[in-house]
Ligand binder design. Structure first.
Ligand code: S3P
Length: 448
């Protein structure tokens, strides 16, 4: 069992050339936040382009359980009638966040400074992931949390009845932790301050300002100092969710490694906290044109033209780039396998606590496909085999991880022999139209 229904074997065979337009769904991070911030505003927030992946659906259900009215009007079009900051009611049942670390961590923060209790759980992948990184700073507000050993779900969080504001320097570069603390700070009196040494995705800051919070960011020698004034009245918003650059990464990378490809991918975020993969690909020699730069849904975006790039070279990925491409290392390791020379990814130990241990999952799978790799706790090194060079012909384990499943299916499109994944069912968490979209471009992906 996958936790998303029955395990679904999927097989990817030599494909292409890929042609056409890849219109990927809405951004997962912004979709979660639209629902959560909407639930904390009084009045009706309207959302268009919401990602209707399982992770986001689980957050919508959770917001209903805490008292918000969440309504689906049509594809991607949703409304949220919020209960206001501090207005969450105690849920009558366990909150199941499915596969979503972002969902559970942000929601824990949101209820942490309201005097209610909630018990959270998730699928087998989420139940392995550390929650202490969120509940430790939340305890500074006066919140209590009782989980399994190692701070694992299921976990009961008891919101602080009399919260105090907090000053917290993030020990890990994590937008989820940053956002959880800011969300908790919304219902604490006074000013909550979060300091991040390395900038992580800034959607919470941008959106909170949009919803009317008094938040400012100062760039100092110790990093970004984010100050939030507690107990604002959030105003409902109209949110147009931009497309997800982390989902766009799959058709983009597929086109780069699949012979003869020439595709267009519209509206890819150029937000500096999200575009690390694209900088890296260009440094490797990827043929990507960034056309028509503009703003969409409050994010800088461009339309990408992506062509087969047989001359890509391995590079050293700067470790300080990790936060801006954290979800893209699995697919980068696939591209690196089809480049000439060595690609070194350092400073990537956060990958070990994602939906799976992504260093291990990629290393074992690529090894089975004939690629030589080196790894340690914080590093992944891929010895590229050049365009068309990967033998493939293996079955790769996806460990309930959507990005691992999609990465190996992309690898199979350009490897000599087909690649099987043991379970593609988690793909619905972030990119429910992946199979149809990729096959529409010319991929040969099928179910086993
Ligand atoms: C996310 C933050 C990142 C990322 C995740 C989405 C978010 O996690 O991996 O997919 O929406 O805040 P971390 O904050 O744990 O790095």
């Amino acid at each position: 069992m996958s936790g998303h229904g029955e395990a679904q074997v999927m097989i990817s065979a030599k494909s292409g050339p890929l042609k056409g337009v890849a219109s990927v769904p809405g951004d997962k991070s912004i979709s979660h936040r639209s629902l959560i911030f909407g639930a904390m505003a009084v009045g009706e927030t309207r959302i268009s382009g919401l990602l209707e992946g399982q992770d986001v659906i689980d957050t919508a259900k959770a917001m209903r359980a805490f008292g918000a009215t969440v309504t689906r009007l049509g594809e991607g079009d949703w409304t949220v009638n919020g209960v206001g900051v501090g207005g969450f009611q105690e849920p009558a049942d366990v909150i199941d966040c499915g596969n979503s670390g972002t969902g559970v961590r942000l929601i824990m923060g949101t209820m942490a400074t309201t005097p209610i209790s909630a018990t959270f759980t998730g699928d087998a992948s989420l139940r392995k992931r550390p929650m202490g990184r969120v509940t430790d700073p939340l305890s500074l507000f006066g919140t209590e949390a009782y989980g399994r050993k190692g701070g694992r779900l299921p976990m009961t969080v008891v919101g602080a009845a009399d919260p105090v504001p907090v000053r917290y320097a993030l020990p890990v570069a994590s937008a989820q932790v940053k956002s959880a603390v800011l969300l908790a700070g919304l219902n604490a009196p006074g000013e909550t301050v979060v300091i991040e040494r390395e900038p992580t995705r800034d959607h919470s800051e941008r959106m909170l300002i949009g919803f009317g919070a008094d938040l400012h960011v100062e760039k100092t020698a110790e990093g970004h100092v984010i100050t939030l004034k507690g107990r604002p009245e959030l105003r409902p918003q109209t949110v147009a969710v931009p497309r997800d650059p982390s989902s766009a990464a799959f058709p983009v990378c597929a086109a780069l490694i699949t012979e003869g490809s020439d595709i267009r991918v519209p509206g890819v975020s150029q937000n500096l906290t999200r575009n690390g993969l694209y900088l890296t690909l260009v440094e490797m020699g990827a043929l990507i044109d960034f056309e028509n730069p503009r703003e969409e849904g409050g994010e800088p975006v461009a339309d990408l033209r992506v062509r087969f790039s047989p001359d890509m070279k391995g590079i050293e990925v700067p470790p300080e780039r990790a936060p801006s491409m954290i979800d893209e290392y699995p697919i980068l390791s696939v591209v690196a396998s089809f480049a000439e020379g060595v690609t070194t990814m350092r400073g990537v130990k956060e990958l070990r606590v994602k939906e799976s241990d992504r260093i291990d999952a990629m290393a074992r799978g690529l090894e089975a496909c004939g690629v030589t790799l080196e790894e340690d706790e914080d590093t992944l090194i891929v010895h590229g085999m050049g365009a068309g060079g990967m033998p493939g012909g293996a079955t790769c384990a996806t460990h309930l991880d959507h990005r691992i499943a999609m990465s190996f299916l992309v690898a199979g499109m350009a490897s000599k022999r087909e690649i099987t994944v043991d379970d593609g069912s988690p793909i619905v968490t972030s990119f429910p139209i992946f199979e149809g979209l990729m096959n529409g471009l010319g991929a040969a992906i099928r179910r086993g």
